[in-house]
Design a binder for this molecule. Structure first.
Ligand code: PEP
Ligand code: MG
Length: 620
């Protein structure tokens, strides 16, 4: 008969063996494709990176505030852990067996645990900041666990590690610190993270980071947009990734397929090498299209512009053969800094872009903060603004700017100065207002715009011959349905299908859990695009699509068929979109769009779009 002790040690041995197998086994994880390209490289796992937390004491008056911050971080952490738990169902059974108790332990520690009680007490008694209190309490608990009299030293170490892991999660949530240590990523590595914020993505160096895979995220979130813009092969929403990946593991990442194979065997490696070669060949072929016009078979010219997120992309934009910039997102100027950019900082940021695009159009969108671009990552000094219970429906975009007109004034003044300097090389500069929902927002913004011009004139500052046009983003159902009224106030429209789909379908664009419902081809979204486009065309007003839809070659026939002639997209998508434009006839597109718009079922629309040209009736 076996004794308890021998049974226990047998279980432990089996457990250790299982763990070892899992860490050496090949694992393929399917996520959402975000940015094409194939990479074979070593994993750099950022989840091991602690957030930066200098020790901080507080005054007595700050105790309540710090305790509230702690409570908010606990709630956020609990939410993350329960999300993780909901998603482990797709992992192999033995991995689930191992993970489930761990996540339960995490959830318990985020309840009424010694860690949380102790941290709360330290805030009040020792007058410590929430993050310092969390770290001190976690260290005290870990030290007590490690000092316990137990033969199972490995078990003690594991439990102490779990406490520290929860403390790290709380600290990350408390500090909202982007992974600044990304600068330590070795060249050619595949960055693996639970989640990457747009602010983290802005810090990535595409010459060092060969690929990115994350556990969270959606296809059209800002992080995904940044990754595409940087041309970094990436997949998001990869379930169980951070648990399965170990730093230094070899991996094959296919950003076009949205898959990552950890510790690939010979066959998977061979397949990866094949995909890598095929991708390189395709890229070389597309590069040849650079100098050819984006013209349909029947001679209709289509304007293909680039969206720009961060200045690092400028060389990519030039290489892609973009005809100007249809959307210069200016949020990058406000990220990862302590202070607010002043007028000169704006001028310095826009000037190289405008000069590089000499002779083409540059559309500068004024600050669009809020929503998933969380307020905490925004430069200090912009607040106090609270994201509110539902940030996407709160003080976002133009709403925030009209509450803080000095931000808008600085941006307008800088754009006017840059436009005046651009007069001599003929770059047409335009200004775009984000998240407009009522005509009055455009009116109010224009009043501020004109006030800035009058002030500059009084001060003798040179103004451009013609002031840049003032356009409105159409990116909510309300704006789309009121597009005819907004068109009377705005000089042009840019249809932002990313937010339009999110607000129409009530699906967060960056939320992995509901990403299967995020569908720009839903008939409701398409009808809104059609309505807004027609409102603009009736007034002969410029209208473009600048959401991620515009960069998907398969959607080009439909968008052209709806009357769109300007598409703005991440630069790397331009060659494929151009290839598609050059294969089309406008009449075929119009007929195809009519057919699509008769459909009510998103699934059917998806089929029609995927099979465009195959039925024979699409192309004459
Ligand atoms: C959009 O919403 O489609 C858009 C282009 O704006 P952003 O993605 O920056 O919100
Ligand atoms: Mg938007």
């Amino acid at each position: 008969m076996k004794t308890e002790g021998s049974k226990g040690s047998e279980t432990k041995t089996a457990e250790a063996a299982r763990k070892a197998t899992r860490r050496t086994r090949e694992v393929e994880i399917k996520g959402i494709p975000v940015s094409p390209g194939v990479v074979i490289g070593a994993v750099f796992d950022t989840s091991e990176v602690p957030a930066e937390t200098p020790r901080r004491s507080i005054g007595q008056g700050k105790v309540d505030g710090e305790r509230q911050r702690l409570a908010a971080a606990v709630t956020a952490s609990r939410k993350q852990v329960s999300k993780l738990k909901a998603r482990i169902g797709v992992l192999p059974e033995e991995a689930q067996e191992e993970l489930e108790p761990l996540l339960d332990a995490y959830a318990m520690m985020l309840g009424d645990s010694r860690l949380i009680r102790g941290a709360r007490r330290r805030i009040g008694e020792e007058l410590l900041s929430a993050e310092t209190a969390v770290q001190d309490e976690a260290e005290a608990i870990a030290a007590a666990i490690l000092a316990a009299k137990d033969d199972d030293k490995a078990g003690l170490k594991r439990r102490a590690g779990e406490v520290r892991e929860i403390a790290r999660r709380l600290t990350r949530n408390l500090t909202a610190t982007p992974f600044r240590s990304l600068k330590d990523v070795p060249p050619g590595a595949i960055l693996v993270a639970e989640e990457l914020t747009p602010a983290d993505a802005a810090l990535l160096d595409p010459t060092r980071i060969a690929g990115v895979a994350t556990e969270e995220g959606g296809a059209d979130g800002h992080t995904a947009i940044m990754l595409r813009a940087l041309g970094i092969p990436s997949a998001v929403a990869c379930p169980g990734l951070t648990e399965a990946a170990r730093r230094g593991d070899q991996a094959v990442l296919d950003g076009g397929a949205g898959t990552i194979v950890l510790r690939p065997g010979e066959a998977a490696l061979e397949a990866g090498r094949g995909a890598l070669a095929a991708y390189a060949k395709e890229k070389a072929r597309l590069a040849k299209l650079r100098r050819l016009p984006a013209e349909t078979q029947d001679g209709e010219l289509v304007e293909l512009q680039a969206n720009l997120e961060i200045p690092a992309e400028l060389p990519l934009i030039a290489q892609a053969g973009a005809q100007g910039i249809g959307l210069l997102r200016t949020e990058f100027l406000f990220m990862n800094r302590e202070d607010l950019p002043d007028e000169d900082a704006h001028v310095d940021a826009y000037t190289p872009v405008v000069e590089a695009m000499a002779g083409d159009c540059v559309t500068i969108r004024v600050l669009d903060w809020g929503g998933e671009k969380d307020m905490e990552a925004l430069a200090e000094g912009i607040g106090p603004f609270h994201a509110g219970p539902n940030p996407a429906l709160g003080l976002r975009g133009i709403r925030m700017l009209l509450k803080r007109p000095e931000l808008l004034e600085a941006q307008f003044a800088a754009i006017l100065r840059v436009a005046a300097a651009a007069d001599h090389h003929g770059t047409q500069i335009r200004i775009l207002l984000p998240l407009v929902t009522i005509p009055d927002e455009v009116r109010q913004a224009r009043e501020i715009y004109e006030r800035v011009q009058r002030r500059m004139r009084r001060k003798g500052i040179a103004l451009p011959e013609k002031p840049p046009l003032l356009g409105a983003m159409i990116e909510t159902p309300g704006a789309a349905l009121a597009a005819d009224a907004i068109a009377l106030e705005a000089d042009f429209f840019a249809i932002g299908t990313n937010d339009l789909a999110m607000y129409t379908l009530a699906v967060d664009r960056a939320e992995a859990e509901v990403s299967h419902l995020y569908d720009p081809l839903h008939p409701a979204v398409l009808r809104l695009v059609q309505f807004a486009t027609e409102a603009a065309l009736r007034l002969r007003m410029q209208v473009s699509v600048c959401g991620e839809m515009a960069g998907n070659p398969r959607l080009v026939p439909l968008l052209l068929g709806l009357g769109i002639r300007t598409l703005s997209m991440n630069a790397s998508a331009i060659p494929r979109v151009k290839q598609m434009v050059r294969s089309l006839k406008i009449d075929d597109c119009a007929r195809f769009a009519r057919r699509v718009m008769e459909q009510g079922d998103p699934q059917r629309i998806q089929e029609l779009v995927m099979n465009f040209g195959e039925s024979g009736s699409d192309r004459s």
